[in-house]
Ligand binder design. Structure first.
Ligand SMILES: [Zn+2]
Length: 255
């Protein structure tokens, strides 16, 4: 497990004890590294471009950390990337995400090649499904709870790190993106709403004070509450057929 020569270390920020993030240029995508006291770490959604993923591996190595597991929050291509420099380790996801990702591999590969060319596509979507009934990531670092739900993508998982009071929200609860619905779902809006309820329950239970979205900026407890309210208001507008004034619509138009 070595980094390519000439690759710079990606800047990492500790946003909660043992929870480090790096932000990608593409779509303000957030990568999270959960680090145990002895340097073993779990990498969640490692980045978008080849340079970003390689420089993440460099940063991990330079700090003396060792990747022992990965996690993909859901089955969209930009959350299924990996590089050999991060190591040949289990890359966990929910069982439904693993099945979806396997079924959509050609499309994911095509999208990756279009937006972030050059990845080793043999490593794309190579996920290990969580054991049936698992409620946490099976690794021996800090406890990381899995909140499985639908709404954005079937089998999407938000993660709660209770010891750090941190929520890794995947593609939910962004300050930059409106709720992006799973258009294949039978009742997409209700499904998304139910997903928000489950995440909020987990966040409340563990007194979360830091939220890390898949795309957007890290926020505190007040910001998390604001995002729950904004997402629910957006969904309510959809249900009632009102024109939404959510400012994130303007940001999306510019994406
Ligand atoms: Zn997504």
């Amino acid at each position: 497990m070595t980094s390519a020569p000439g690759v710079h270390a990606r800047p990492l920020t500790e946003v909660a004890p043992g929870v480090w993030t790096a932000v990608a240029e593409t779509w303000t995508s957030q990568t999270t590294v959960v680090v145990a006291s002895d340097g073993r770490c779990l990498v969640v959604d490692p980045g978008i471009t080849v340079a970003e993923v390689e420089s993440l591996a460099r940063a991990v190595h330079e700090r003396g950390w060792r990747v022992v597991a990965g996690f993909s929050t859901h089955a969209h291509w930009d959350h299924l990337l990996w590089a050999s420099s991060l190591g040949d380790v289990p890359r966990w996801s929910t069982a439904r995400t693993a099945a979806l990702a396997a079924g959509a591999l050609p499309a994911a590969a095509a999208e990756a090649e279009t937006v972030a060319p050059g990845h080793d596509l043999m490593l794309l979507s190579r996920l290990t499904p969580l054991p049936v009934g698992a409620t946490e990531v099976p690794w021996d670092g800090p406890q990381v709870l899995v909140v499985g739900h639908d709404g954005h993508s079937r089998g999407h998982a938000a993660l709660v790190v209770p010891g750090a009071r941190a929520l890794l929200a995947g593609d939910m609860l962004s300050d930059l993106e409106i709720p992006l619905l799973d258009v294949d779902a039978a009742d997409a809006i209700a499904s998304y709403d139910a997903g928000l309820d489950l995440i909020e329950e987990g966040a409340h239970l563990h007194d979360v004070t830091v939220v890390v979205p898949g795309h957007g900026h890290v926020g505190d407890a007040a910001e998390l509450a604001r995002r729950f309210a904004a997402d629910r208001a957006y969904l309510a507008d959809l249900v009632d057929g009102r024109r939404s004034t959510d400012p994130r619509l303007e940001l999306r138009a510019g994406r």
